[in-house]
Design a protein. Structure first.
Length: 100
């Protein structure tokens, strides 16, 4: 299994419509055929020193293998998301991992 975890820090001056567009873009990514499981979320209200809560949205998607993730990166849906939504975030951090 290949897990692709993406954390977005949205710009503070976005309108409600821009946030809705971003959220719709995230949802579109979960429809890519190689995605096996997906989670879209916001920071939980947990409060411990080791927890990063500064991000705005998280997207975690699972694939059968690295080839599935590579396909996900190349399809039009993903490219449209980048084109339409990249201006909405000030920072993005990605963690990719394989089952060990």
């Amino acid at each position: 299994m290949f897990v692709h975890a993406v954390y977005f820090w949205l710009k503070s001056d976005l309108t409600k419509q821009q946030i809705a567009t971003f959220r719709e873009g995230l949802t579109s990514l979960t429809t890519i055929t190689t995605v096996r499981n997906a989670h879209i979320g916001v920071p939980a209200p947990t409060n411990r020193p080791v927890i990063e809560r500064g991000y705005s949205y998280a997207l975690v998607v699972q694939f059968d293998d690295e080839a599935g993730q590579e396909y996900y990166q190349r399809v039009d849906i993903h490219e449209r998301f980048r084109q339409n939504c990249a201006g909405f975030w000030s920072k993005v951090v990605i963690y990719d991992s394989l089952s060990g």
